[in-house]
Write a protein that binds this ligand. Sequence first.
Ligand SMILES: Nc1ncnc2c1ncn2[C@@H]1O[C@H](COP(=O)(O)OP(=O)(O)O)[C@@H](O)[C@H]1O
Ligand SMILES: [Mg+2]
Length: 328
Amino acid sequence: MSLAVEVAGLVKYYGKVRVLDGIDLEIPSGTVMGLLGPNGAGKTTTVRIVTTLLRPSSGTVRVAGVDVLKEPARARTRLGLSGQYAAVDANLSGFENLRMVARLYGMTPKRATDRADELLSALGLEHAAGRRAGTYSGGMARRLDLAGALVCRPPVVVLDEPTTGLDPRGRLDMWRVIGELVDDGTTVLLTTQYLEEADLLADRITVIDRGRVIARGSADELKTSIGGDKLTVTLATGQDPTPALQVLSGIGIGEPGVDADQITIVVGDGTRTMVEALRRLDDAGVCVVDAEVHRPSLDDVFLSLTGKPGERKKPEPAPAELQEEILS
Ligand SMILES: Nc1ncnc2c1ncn2[C@@H]1O[C@H](COP(=O)(O)OP(=O)(O)O)[C@@H](O)[C@H]1O
Ligand SMILES: [Mg+2]
């Protein structure tokens, strides 16, 4: 397994404030790493260092085998960065923006034109190619900015909160585009404060808070780490729960809880345990009318790790130009 990004012992001081306190990250090639954390956790500082825009106080970063601190110019050729605030020229059309970036990278006029067309269509912006970028909705501007980062087909793409502030449609469009990137084998480092985004897009998640890594693993591993699944069994109304309780306390972790006709226990592997539990309940002559498994959500994980609920900001209302776009 080759690593596309290796970050070790990253420390950053702003004055006397230690905003990064020893961050380690390893991203295997062709995978998506979700860097998840609340506002001010150090996500942007981390990605700015990884993308050569900021020097750390100490620590090392390698991108596609290149030492970012020793050879920043070479590292930049392997990186695409798309930020939280789209950096597009509002006075140029979408096509002109991309063509300009391609020309800046030294492509011939013909290749630059072809690449701009290709990216506009890949990011679902063909219909707006000739329009001034200043008239784009937030989601469209963000996708145009991402297109700019993809012009040279970098093997590693870094996305800093790609969907923060987008309305639901903009968010879905961006998720689709990111999914397509990954299908092409691009390695993605994605920061987010949205748990569902990390859950959906990331192969592995690193949770940071106050400049430190507080957990890492796949979404599944993180969910399992805070305790197992919950299995809830509903008995036929009025049935004596004693035999069911006897069966279930032998299966779960800890004691079962009873609420009216429902019995809940914490179990290791919910789905497998449910099958076993139902079989044993049936053998004991218990009449079960319903059974369900509840996986802890990443929200539960976040709350248990940071003591704070995950960010659940209301999406902003669709801007007027997006409404226009939907209507047109
Ligand atoms: N240029 C700066 N000067 C001083 N402090 C900064 C600067 N940039 C960020 N910080 C501080 O560093 C911490 C991490 O910020 P940041 O990396 O932007 O977090 P995130 O992207 O996770 O919201 C915050 O406390 C922030 O206030
Ligand atoms: Mg940030």
